[in-house]
Design a protein around this ligand. Structure first.
Ligand code: GLC
Length: 661
């Protein structure tokens, strides 16, 4: 006799398909049903795992599949075409000519129209993937840089309208640039309509959040929870008068959603599709690690959180297969493979059924450690530990983003082992806060009483590599070294396996922005230090001079900061061009560290034909590349492609790229 649960599942699948088919417009039915048949079993299995025991599941599901069909019916023609093309070439976003750029709308272009006007600038830089930080209607007052969303269906009025968004995505598409937007899944703002209804006592909406009448359960959970903002938002629960204790992992005004409620899933998944239909091509799934809560755990990376992501991916595969999902889970790289859908076994045989991309925050933090400690060997260790990914998946590589450099991802490596020397994260945090005698950095500790309590570090790349201090002192020698550090770290990001993403302003080496301290709402939030407004005068000056390609003129540049911007911009553009010309730099080409015989050196091989040689120290070093590499014929990829032998010495902070001749 058939298991009644299996029978029930089959019935549910059949009914869901019939309802879905009926809601589709006839012209889209055949294609949509083919995708449904390929991906709905995964979707329904995931949803049943999460919600079969809830009373509302069947009702929610039938409404949901109708919503899914509506999403398909409403998908604009241009996006359908790209869905078809990308479905045929699922690794499309891993091409070596894809460079990312991340910016706040207001700081980059004022508003969405201003961003649209600056598309040619992005094109000239070679950007193919633009991550705009949150631009949906945010909470009144403080809103964590837009990460407290009040209305997911409207652009923030300060930044534009939904029509502006449509115009921007069309313009970007024409320019070959995909727009990535944050989808804040873990929480809404406390003035979102659901939160307002919950505040009004509506039991249906109270169940969209985790609300407790007293401290009993919060205290029990707190025993095993960590803290994201221990200084500015200690604890994980906030008392809201007349409501109760609300789960708030981040700020008190960011109410964690209750993803064990199927309505939350249905609403958020359909929200994603509506945004995708406005032309958003990639979603940065914010704080994905925190979606599922279970007592006795740290409530991070729970299996159910992965089931949710698997369901969201299946939704995209059915209704918007051209869309990418990017996991924002700031956890050690080893814990990230499940975010790509790699549960166990061999990556090569796996099907990536969760996110297409995830931040390699371990590599990001490790680059800063390697620089502070002059240790190429620890980067080699990070490369060796970087897990293989399923096909059509990639890392997002970066040197800085809008958040702090979180040191926590490196705790295991910091402890060292029989082959690797330990390192002291507290010393490194103090170094970047400019509080050690040897420091050139102008960063600041984040969320810790002092840098010795390791949490995170703020500061722009220019501030952390010493450019800012050298410019302020007018010290040409220090500036030259600092520019080398800046270029070196970017050179590793651009050479590593992944989609390299620049943070806005790094292409002109923007320094820290202290103005946030004058704004009462932001003064407590140190991350604003490295979220400066774009300096368009400097960007244009650097571009104009670069266009002349005239080194004499470069010496006459008005101001040392502009000259730095020009040199940094040139160096980055040279890497972007070399990357574009080097198939071995595809995001998914293999990556191996190469021993060079000096702990300060770092050699990185990509595929068979690419080699980067780096010196993480301020001294000139001798290196000895393995004979099979030393004996091969190489071209210098960053210096006009001339034939060259591999060097045996590397100057301070050297970065060299080679391709096989
Ligand atoms: C993510 C964002 C960060 C934000 C947090 C809460 O980590 O990158 O800026 O504060 O989520 O939404």
């Amino acid at each position: 006799m058939q298991d009644p649960n299996v029978r029930e599942d089959q019935l549910r699948i059949r009914e869901a398909r019939a309802r879905f088919a009926e809601a589709l417009l006839p012209e889209y039915r055949a294609a949509a049903l083919a995708r449904w048949d390929a991906h709905a079993p995964r979707l329904l299995e995931a949803l049943a795992m999460l919600y079969a025991q809830t009373t509302r599941f069947d009702d929610t599901l039938s409404q949901f599949v109708e919503g899914l069909a509506d999403g398909i019916n409403g998908r604009p023609q241009a996006l359908r075409a790209s869905d078809d093309a990308r479905e045929r070439n699922p690794s499309w976003f891993l091409a070596q000519d894809t460079i990312g750029y991340s910016a706040y709308v207001d700081r980059f272009g004022g508003d969405l129209r201003g961003v649209a006007e600056r598309v040619p600038y992005l094109q000239r830089l070679g950007v193919r993937y633009l991550h705009l930080l949150p631009f949906l209607q945010a909470r009144e007052g403080d809103n964590d840089g837009g990460f407290a969303v009040r209305d997911y269906d409207a652009v923030d009025p300060a930044l534009g309208t939904n029509d502006d968004l449509l115009a921007l995505t069309a313009r970007l598409r024409d320019a070959g640039i995909g727009l990535c937007a944050d989808l804040v899944l873990n929480h809404t703002a406390d003035d979102h309509a659901w939160a307002l209804a919950a505040r009004g006592g509506d039991a249906h909406y109270r169940d969209y959040y985790h609300i407790f009448p007293d401290r009993t359960l919060p205290d029990a959970y707190e025993r095993t929870l960590g803290q994201v903002f221990p200084q500015t938002a200690p604890g994980n629960f906030t008392h809201v008068p007349n409501v109760g204790w609300v789960w708030t992992t981040f700020y008190g005004y960011q109410w964690d959603l209750n993803w064990s409620n199927p309505d939350v899933f249905a609403h958020m998944a359909l929200t994603l599709l509506r945004l995708a239909n406005r032309g958003i091509e990639a979603f940065r799934l914010d704080s994905t690690a925190y979606l599922w809560k279970s007592t006795g755990t740290d409530c991070m990376n729970r299996p159910e959180a992965h089931t949710i992501l698997r369901a969201l991916r299946a939704v995209c595969d059915i209704a918007a297969p051209g869309v990418l999902l990017k996991a924002e889970a700031i956890v050690p790289a080893r814990e990230l493979t499940p975010y790509f859908g790699l549960r166990n076994g061999n990556a090569a045989d796996a099907v990536g059924d969760e996110c297409h991309l995830a931040y390699h925050s371990t590599l990001m933090a490790a680059l800063w450690v390697a620089l502070a400690e002059s240790r190429g060997d620890m980067l080699a260790d990070i490369v060796a530990r970087t897990p293989a990914l399923p096909p059509a998946c990639g890392w997002l590589t970066y040197l800085r983003c809008h958040d702090d450099i979180g040191w926590g991802v490196l705790r295991e490596e910091a402890a060292g082992d029989s082959e690797h020397a330990p390192f002291d994260l507290a010393r490194i945090a103090c170094f970047y806060a400019g509080e050690t005698p040897d420091s050139y950095a102008r960063g600041r500790a984040f969320q810790s009483a002092g840098c010795e309590h390791v949490h995170g570090t703020n500061g722009t790349a220019a501030a952390l590599t010493g450019i800012e201090a050298a410019l302020a002192r007018g010290d040409a020698h220090a500036l030259a070294l600092a520019e080398r550090r800046f270029t070196l770290l970017h050179g590793i990001v651009f050479a590593a396996a992944g989609l390299p993403t620049l943070y806005m302003g790094d292409e002109i080496a923007l320094g820290n922005d202290e103005t946030y301290l004058d704004d009462a709402e932001r003064a407590d939030e140190g991350r604003w230090l490295h979220r400066p407004a774009m300096d368009w005068a400097r960007a244009h000056a650097a571009e104009a001079l670069d266009a002349h390609r005239n080194d004499d003129e470069m010496d006459r540049v008005d101001g040392a900061a502009n000259a730095t911007a020009l040199r940094i911009g040139r160096a980055l553009r040279a890497m972007i061009a070399a990357r574009r010309a080097t198939p071995d730099l595809r995001a998914d080409a293999s990556m191996r560290a190469v021993p060079l015989g000096d702990a300060a050196a770092f050699g990185l091989r990509r595929g068979d034909g690419f080699l980067a040689l780096c010196n993480l120290s301020a001294r000139e070093i001798a290196i000895a590349p393995p004979p099979e590499l030393a004996d091969a014929h190489w071209r210098d990829a960053l210096d006009g492609g001339r034939d060259t032998a591999l060097p045996t010495r590397l100057p301070p902070y050297a970065l060299r790229w080679f391709v096989r001749a």
